[in-house]
Design a protein around this ligand. Structure first.
Ligand code: PMP
Length: 436
């Protein structure tokens, strides 16, 4: 060993094991993590990750624009900034939200490091250990990771093809409260839900809000995908129908995730606490990113860019739907999203998506097993497929490989009778990492 090489301690034994906070225990490692390292190999078609395809951004022009930014505003753009986020950025964000009928005051916006950090701040200010958060069944793995980190109890509410079912929501609120549980908020993704791709129509949104108002339940509306509607115009945000909602937005899917700029729009009193929490967390959200994004919104045709993202993702969604139609064995069903990044597949009776994954990776295709999107072990007959990143040709090839893996698994199941109900609903360890 060269003397310059840093000495490496044996990390298998953790000498700090007795010192971790209780909440660390609820941060679980996924059983599928090992398979994901294989899934990232180039020969594997990954329908697993949720990375936006940003290759079509006008990189050369953006480079010139950032250059100019450093020359003209570098001293401010590279300095600490406001804990709430810069006023010019909050004003621009109000313009962006207006595209989905949200009328907002820049004073009620807090800029965050992606909407992921908005989830963290909202959970931090509302949740005591053991409090209940209502989520769609299934729901976004990254949100549930945050909720778990704050030791919330996640209670899933049933969905149908129009999203969250209002009657099931009401029943959950009433029965949990009757049992003495502190139900703190509903977390919902009304547009192109991650992972199902399902969108709540406007009428459903109203019904859900009738229930939450009746029971005095806060709604956290997470809307990173709304502007990526494929056919027709985006459905008005829930926040446009009720000012008393906490609304989360992001530039990650409509521009680029690397800037790490998202936001939360909240009723004024909530907003005040969020700013205090934000200052404690990061002092100020990334200032350079705010300058860069504001410059982009001022000097580029950002609406035109979203249009071109929409048609690029439409072609990929169509490729996936054709691929599924062509290659899935009978008994397999899937959702038809009108935007966003994801399709939710239900496997033929008796199959288990987590058990299928090694076979799929051998066939050189990867997906995320459905159990990652439930806090309670359900979802093992489901998988999330993403159509955002691979080219249409690769998506179709991925569907072909997946169809073969499912058909082979089905054959084995029919021969050996594996995959009982007990097996299907077996709880598994926590959410998969890096599958946003
Ligand atoms: N919410 C949902 C529903 C998401 O799918 C994601 C990213 N996959 C996020 C929030 C977080 O995105 P970001 O932090 O990049 O804004």
């Amino acid at each position: 060993m060269s003397s310059l090489e840093p000495s490496r301690r044996d990390t298998r034994l953790d000498s700090h094991i007795d010192q971790y906070a209780d909440r660390t225990g609820s941060m679980t490692v996924s059983a599928v993590r090992a398979l994901f390292s294989v899934a990232n190999r180039p020969e594997v078609v990954s329908l697993a990750g949720g990375m936006p395809n940003i290759a079509d951004l006008p990189l050369a022009r953006l480079g010139d624009s950032f250059d100019r930014l450093v020359q003209t505003h570098g001293i401010q753009a590279m300095q600490y900034g406001s804990g709430q986020g810069e006023l010019f950025m909050r004003e621009k964000i109000c313009e962006v939200m207006a595209e989905e009928a949200v009328v907002a005051n820049p004073d009620d916006v807090v800029i965050t490091c992606g909407s992921q950090q908005a989830l963290d701040l909202v959970t931090r200010i509302f949740i005591n250990p053991g409090d209940v958060i209502l989520c769609e069944a299934p729901s976004y793995v990254g949100a549930m990771g945050t909720f778990n980190a704050y030791q919330a109890r996640i209670h899933h509410v049933a969905m149908d093809e129009h999203g969250l079912i209002p009657q099931a929501l009401e029943q959950a609120i009433v029965s949990l409260r009757a049992a003495g549980q502190a139900v703190k908020f509903l977390y919902t993704i009304p547009n192109f839900n991650n992972p199902t791709g399902i969108t709540q129509p406007i009428e459903r949104r109203r019904e859900i809000l009738d229930v939450t108002r009746k029971h005095g339940l806060l709604v956290v509306e997470d809307n990173p995908y709304g502007l990526l509607t494929i056919e027709g115009e985006p459905v008005d945000a829930m926040r446009s129908m009720d000012d008393d909602i906490v609304y989360l937005g992001s530039f990650s899917k409509t521009f680029a995730p690397g800037f790490r700029i998202g936001w939360v729009l909240a009723p004024h009193a909530v907003r005040e606490r969020l700013v205090i929490a934000q200052e404690a967390a990061v002092l100020s959200p990334p200032v350079f990113s705010q300058f860069a994004i504001a410059d982009y919104l001022d000097n580029f045709d950002w609406r035109g860019q979203i249009e071109s993202f929409r048609s690029m993702y439409a072609a990929r969604r169509d490729a996936m739907l054709h691929g599924l139609e062509a290659f899935m064995p009978p008994g397999t069903t899937w959702t038809v999203p009108n935007g966003g990044f994801f399709v939710w597949v239900t496997l033929p009776e008796g199959l288990d998506s987590q058990a299928l994954l090694p076979r799929a990776v051998t066939e050189r295709v990867a997906f995320v097993p459905g159990t990652a999107f439930y806090a309670d072990g359900f979802g093992s007959r489901n998988m999330r497929l993403s159509f955002c990143f691979p080219t249409p040709e690769r998506i179709i090839e991925g569907c072909r490989r997946l169809g073969k893996a499912i058909a082979d698994e089905l054959e084995m199941h029919n021969t050996f009778g594996l995959g009982t109900d007990e097996h299907r609903h077996r709880p598994v360890s926590g959410p998969a990492p890096n599958v946003s």
